[in-house]
Structures are given as structure tokens and as C-alpha cells.
Ligand binder design. Structure first.
Ligand code: FAD
Length: 388
């Protein structure tokens, strides 16, 4: 009998367990994970960017907390005999506006970011060219640069967190949950594919893009769907200046990675089902024209690798779904739908779920804005500027 059983051992499940054990070391917590190599988990295949460039106070605060936890990861997750390593490249984030509408959103967002102490500069094309000479700025209306943001190594984060959790007494069960038993409006047990029954007082759905499969076991659907995304790794012939994680308003992103760059392009209409095919042809037809337009030196590149993964896209408003679902047992909580920003928000979301379990409400940061119950209320909370 566990106190808390978490379905999914990615960063959301892992940080939920970690926060629970920080507060209540004797709590019996397990993480049920079907693939402990995390080969297909978004947490392992993420771009792993952490930015303060949000329009909503809660999202910005969640990212600031992400900065704090990932920034102190080695100290927080290190064990006496095994230090934890996490590379955190603080090379900055760059948002580029190409239209008057995007520039207006960026200006509004910047006011909020400044008021909240986020370090960011609103810059014009001339200043942008000074900072990043490789960029084509001919069609740039405005940009926002946050020099202290960056990206982490997600594999190191996953393994460091899992090691620490195990040392704290979290039990990792390698199994696929295939059913949940409900009795008198409580979930009493998770049933695995091999028929094992795992009893617990609380259950947390931290199954990422698979979260709707878990709610389907209880007979309800949530507006979260897998959105296939292919990441392409390429190398450039020229040596360019250090660049940040760049999000271009024309619809692509890129960042330095190892000796080259990774790029991705989000097509929201593709959300719906898992697609693990690595469509290499899309590099030529979709990604390359966009990145080569922004960085002319990217005309001479070599595609070296590509892999597929999925956002847990919130089709409701692009934002997270946290907590219980109205009409369903209140000992069943979810943390999902984080779309393209869930790695940086995983520490804060894990803390929020631990508070719902231990305190019955959000205590450090009020995340009512992202409560899963807003779907029943008909309330949408989209970010301004970035779609998901
Ligand atoms: C290409 C890409 C780029 C991204 N870039 C960024 C970024 O720059 N910054 C950012 O903040 N976020 C980014 N994200 C989003 C971020 O990676 C995710 O939001 C986050 O990692 C989700 O973590 P999770 O723990 O919820 O899900 P996951 O990491 O997917 O973990 C879910 C786990 O649940 C397990 N599971 C599923 N079903 C079951 C079951 N029935 N039984 C047992 N286990 C099960 C899976 O095996 C998996 O390990 C990106 C995502 C992608 C795909």
C-alpha cells in the first residue's frame, strides 16, 4: 500500500516524487514507469530550454523556479558517494517578431517580464545584428533577448533525479499501467499489463503525451493530444558566434548543440496521434528554408541526425492541466498538457502536485489559472505570443 503512486517517471513524475519526499520523508511513494530507459519520453528528447519570456505571471514564476532547481541541481540531487551532473548552457533565448502583431505582443509581454524582474532586453534590428552578426535581420520588426536563459542536458536531469529519488526511498516499478480500479469515488489501485495490482491513497497521472490513455481507463477524455515533432541535428561549415535558443516568428526554432545545431518546426494541425516516423524529407521542405532564411550561413550545412518525439499538446489553450478533473475521484491528480514548455515547468508542477496532496491546495504559487477544472468552466488561458 503506497501513499502516492505516480504513473510516468519523466520529469513531471520525478519532480512530484522528489517534492513529496522533501516534505514528508516517510511517505511511501512509487513511480510506475513502463520504459525506464525513457527512450520515447519527451523529457529525454526535449530541447530543454528554460526561459523567462512568458506573458503569464504563473508561467514566468514556474520558469524562475525551474531556473532555481536546475541551477542548483548538482547540490540538490548529489549523493554522498555519487555527485549529480547537469550541464546548463546559459547562452540566452532570443524571440524574433516578424510582424507588427507579433511585435505588439512582444512589447506587452516585455512589460510584464520587466515588472517581474525577468532579465530581458527589447531590441531593434540594428542592435540584434550587433549582438548576432550571422542573423539576417532584413524582415525583423523587434526582438526580445534574455541573456541569462538557456538549456540543460535533459538526460542528465532525468538520471540525476531518478538516482536521488531512489536514494530518498521512492520505489521505481517497471510496469505499464493498463487499468485503474475505482470504488466509492476513489481510485484504489492501478493494474499493470501483467496483472499486478498497486494500491495507493493517491494517484498522479504524469504520463505526458500518454496522459489521455490513462484518463480513458477511467472513462473520460482530456483535451491533450500527442503532437509529433521532429528534431533535426545539422552541422554548419562556418564557425558562427555563440547563439541563444532562437524562436523565430516565422515558425521555427534552433539552438546550438554539440558541434552543430538542432532545429524544430511545430505544425499544430499534426496533433492527434503518435507518429514515430522520422520524416527526413521535412527538413528540406519545412525546416531548412526557415533556418537558412534567418541565418544565411545555414545554406551550407549537413544534416547529420533526426529523431521524432511528441508534445503533450493541450488542445484546449496550449497550457497545462493540473489537478483533479471535476466529477472524477479527487485522489486522482494530473500534471500534463505542458506542450512545448513542460521541462522548465516540471519542478514547479511537481511542487504544485505535492501541495495538492499534502496541503489540499496550492500554497507557494497559486496555479488555479492552470487547474484542469477550467475546461469544465469553459475558461481558456492561452499565452500571448507563443502558441504552446
Ligand atoms: C521536441 C520537443 C522539444 C521540447 N522543448 C522544450 C523546451 O525547450 N523547453 C521546455 O520546457 N519543454 C520542452 N518540451 C516539452 C517538455 O519536454 C515536456 O513538456 C516534458 O518533458 C514532459 O514531461 P513528462 O514527465 O510530463 O512527460 P514524459 O517525459 O513524456 O514522461 C511520461 C512518461 O510516462 C510513461 N508512461 C506513459 N504511459 C504509461 C503507462 N501506461 N504506464 C506507465 N508509464 C507510462 C512514459 O514511458 C514516459 O516515460 C519539448 C518537447 C518536445 C517533444
Amino acid at each position: 500500500m503506497y501513499d502516492v503512486a505516480i504513473i510516468g517517471g519523466g520529469l513531471h513524475g520525478g519532480f512530484t516524487a522528489w517534492h513529496l519526499k522533501q516534505r514528508e520523508p516517510d511517505l511511501k511513494v512509487c513511480i510506475i514507469e513502463k520504459d525506464q530507459t525513457y527512450e520515447h519520453a519527451a523529457s529525454a528528447r526535449s530541447n530543454a530550454g528554460i526561459r523567462v519570456l512568458f506573458s503569464q505571471e504563473e508561467s514566468l514564476r514556474l520558469s524562475q523556479y525551474g531556473h532555481k532547481i536546475y541551477g542548483n541541481f548538482e547540490e540538490l540531487m548529489g549523493l554522498e558517494d555519487q555527485p549529480a551532473h547537469l550541464s546548463f548552457s546559459k547562452q540566452g533565448y532570443l524571440f524574433i517578431a516578424n510582424t507588427a502583431e507579433q511585435a505588439a505582443d512582444m512589447t506587452q509581454n516585455y512589460k510584464i517580464q520587466s515588472a517581474m524582474g525577468a532579465e530581458a532586453d527589447l531590441i531593434d534590428a540594428t542592435e540584434l545584428k550587433n549582438r548576432f552578426p550571422s542573423l539576417n535581420v532584413s524582415d525583423i520588426t523587434l526582438a526580445c533577448h534574455s541573456p541569462k536563459d538557456g538549456w540543460i542536458n535533459p538526460g542528465q536531469a532525468l538520471s540525476g533525479l531518478a538516482k536521488k529519488n531512489r536514494a530518498l526511498g521512492v520505489v521505481y516499478i517497471k510496469a505499464q499501467v493498463s487499468g485503474l480500479t475505482k470504488s466509492q469515488n476513489r481510485i484504489t489501485e492501478a493494474v499493470t499489463e501483467t496483472g499486478e495490482k498497486i494500491k495507493s491513497r493517491w494517484f498522479v497521472n504524469a504520463a505526458g503525451a500518454w496522459a489521455p490513455e490513462i484518463t480513458a481507463m477511467l472513462g473520460f477524455d482530456i483535451p491533450v493530444r500527442p503532437l509529433p515533432r521532429i528534431t533535426f541535428y545539422f552541422e554548419c561549415r562556418e564557425n558562427l558566434e555563440p547563439m541563444g535558443l532562437t524562436i523565430d516568428g516565422r515558425g521555427c526554432s534552433f539552438k546550438p548543440e554539440g558541434g552543430g545545431y538542432v532545429t524544430g518546426h511545430t505544425v499544430f494541425e499534426r496533433a492527434g496521434a503518435f507518429d514515430w516516423t522520422v520524416h527526413e524529407d521535412r527538413f528540406q521542405s519545412e525546416n531548412w528554408p526557415l533556418v537558412a532564411h534567418r541565418v544565411p550561413a545555414f545554406e551550407a550545412i549537413q544534416l547529420k541526425n533526426a529523431w521524432a518525439c511528441h508534445y503533450a499538446l493541450s488542445t484546449w489553450d496550449g497550457n497545462a492541466l493540473i489537478g483533479a478533473w471535476p466529477g472524477q475521484p479527487d485522489n486522482f491528480l494530473m500534471t500534463t498538457g505542458f506542450s512545448g514548455h513542460g521541462l522548465q515547468h516540471a519542478p514547479g508542477a511537481g511542487r504544485a502536485i505535492s501541495e495538492l496532496i499534502l496541503d489540499g491546495c496550492f500554497t507557494t504559487l497559486d496555479l488555479t489559472r492552470f487547474a484542469a477544472s477550467r475546461v469544465a468552466e469553459g475558461r481558456k488561458e492561452p499565452e500571448r505570443g507563443v502558441k504552446a
